[in-house]
Design a protein around this ligand. Structure first.
Ligand SMILES: CC(=O)N[C@H]1[C@@H](OP(=O)(O)OP(=O)(O)OC[C@H]2O[C@@H](n3ccc(=O)[nH]c3=O)[C@H](O)[C@@H]2O)O[C@H](CO)[C@@H](O)[C@@H]1O
Ligand SMILES: C=C(OP(=O)(O)O)C(=O)O
Length: 436
């Protein structure tokens, strides 16, 4: 099937869709299953490409993965006999392979981790991950196409402070510390809801982990872990993406499965922009109440702040708000590339190297266009677009749906990485489109 979608925009999206488990949790919980001596069951798993990638990686390592109706059963009992030390077949496919380090070191004593993929929204180095592994006593060596890691003896608990509360590095530490010898303490840890749910999973497996209010996580290593049974928390990025689509197209979308506690920062911002929402026990209805949308000043941040992955879809809605909005991206240095295409569709967006609208961040005084000023409202016109990355791609799709006329959107398979059945969902919301 072709990677090109023709979108006939200008109609408000209206109706109901369902979101399932979070991409940024499910893949990590699947890796955690490697640590158990018995099978694990994970429920509420979406059919997205990243789940397929991690399934492939686990199978290569001898894990039996059975999938049925959104439930995965992962049996790691053959990992030792499979003992695969080279998984470069999956180089560049996602960011998850780096999280195999701790579990594989505990089980096999060595591993080869291929170069990572994921969205190109900045340099995305892995220096924190490698420093963590070395502090546990692993020997890390750069080789062609990836890194080779080895644990000459059992990994040892350690005390670490992250220079920045990185999600991946915090997960790296958790997945390594739970079976290391002794106590590990991580200061300046990330505390995203997806990390808290990973901690839930690890605790079910037998781990001892405490989280303090000051971003300190403390783990007492244990000798063995067992399988878990868990239902994944909901995907708050997908939910916010559909909410932004409702706002940008003047629509009304009920997102079944969306949950309020993990979305507090988004909901506050959505309300300030002029969107309305109604929370019930099953999900959240997001709608444009009519009238003007308001411009805002917004800064992305680590949890509990406004998350960076919400930024790109919301910027499309801000092109329809009255006045000047300022968005300061403080998590990634290069996450405004997607605005080029929006400008081509008629949006007025200027990007700056300065830290605008808030406190100085790591990227100020450097050569990164990490602040944006959006002036609206501007009608959007149809265009030919090439999808740059996962969230940028979804944002382009929203822009095409808001624009009058027929747009072509090329590279839509990138969107499958994080949005389950997005074309069926668009259909259910009344979008007009056809696949080439
Ligand atoms: C699969 C997954 O869960 N992806 C999410 C995860 O990405 P990921 O875990 O890759 O993001 P991090 O939180 O690690 O990155 C945050 C910042 O730390 C920097 N950094 C990170 C690691 C490192 O070793 N050195 C370093 O400098 C990064 O370049 C970035 O500027 O959290 C991000 C922040 O919420 C989300 O946008 C991604 O959707
Ligand atoms: C940046 C993202 O994902 P990844 O870390 O998998 O590239 C994202 O989900 O928006």
């Amino acid at each position: 099937m072709s990677d090109l979608l023709y979108v006939n925009g200008g109609t408000p999206l209206s109706g109901e869709i369902t979101v399932r488990g979070a991409k940024n949790f499910v893949s990590k919980a699947m890796v955690a299953a490697l640590l158990g001596e018995t099978p694990s069951t994970l429920r509420n798993v979406p059919q997205i490409r990243d789940v397929g990638v991690v399934t492939g990686l686990l199978q290569l390592h001898g894990v039996d993965v059975q999938a049925e109706n959104g439930t995965l059963v992962l049996d790691p009992s053959n990992v030792e006999s499979a003992h695969v030390a080279d998984i470069d077949a999956h180089a560049g496919s996602s960011r998850i392979p780096i999280l195999f380090c701790g579990p594989l070191l505990h089980r096999l004593g060595e591993a080869f981790i291929p170069d990572l993929g994921g969205c190109r929204i900045g340099d995305r180095p892995i220096n924190f991950h490698l420093d963590i592994l070395r502090q546990f006593g692993a020997v890390v060596e750069k080789r062609e196409g990836g890194i080779h890691i080895e644990a000459p003896r059992r990994l040892q608990g350690t005390k670490i402070a992250l220079p920045y509360p990185s999600v991946g590095a915090t997960e790296q530490l958790l997945l390594t510390a739970v079976r290391a010898e002794g106590i590990t303490e991580l200061a300046n840890a990330a505390i995203e809801p997806e990390i808290m749910d990973l901690i839930n999973v690890l605790q079910k497996m037998g781990a001892i982990i405490s989280v303090d209010t000051d971003r300190v996580i403390r783990i007492e290593g244990v000798d063995r872990l067992v399988g878990f049974q868990h239902t994944a928390l909901s995907d708050r990025i997908e939910a916010a993406s559909w909410a932004s689509a409702a706002l940008a197209t003047g629509g009304d979308i009920y997102v079944r499965g969306a949950t309020q506690p993990e979305m507090t920062a988004f909901l506050n911002t959505f309300r300030k922009v002029g969107g309305e929402f109604a929370v019930d026990d099953e999900g959240i209805r997001f709608f444009h109440p009519g009238g003007d949308l308001n411009s805002i000043v917004l800064e992305t941040d680590v949890h509990p702040g406004f998350m960076t992955d919400w930024q790109q879809p919301l910027v499309v809605a801000l092109t329809q708000a009255k006045g000047l909005s300022i968005v300061h991206e403080t998590v990634y240095e290069n996450r405004f590339g997607f605005t080029d295409a929006l400008r081509g569709m008629g949006a007025t967006i200027q990007v700056y190297k300065e830290c605008l609208g808030g406190r100085p961040c790591r990227f100020g005084q450097r050569n990164f266009y990490h602040s944006a000023v959006i002036s609206g409202p501007t009608p959007l016109a149809a265009a030919d677009i090439v999808v740059p990355d996962l969230r940028g791609g979804f944002s382009h799709l929203i822009a095409a749906l808001a624009a009058k006329g027929t747009s072509s959107v090329r590279g839509i398979s990138l969107i499958d990485r994080g949005y389950e059945h997005f074309m069926e969902k668009l259909g259910a919301l009344g979008a007009e489109f056809s696949r080439d």
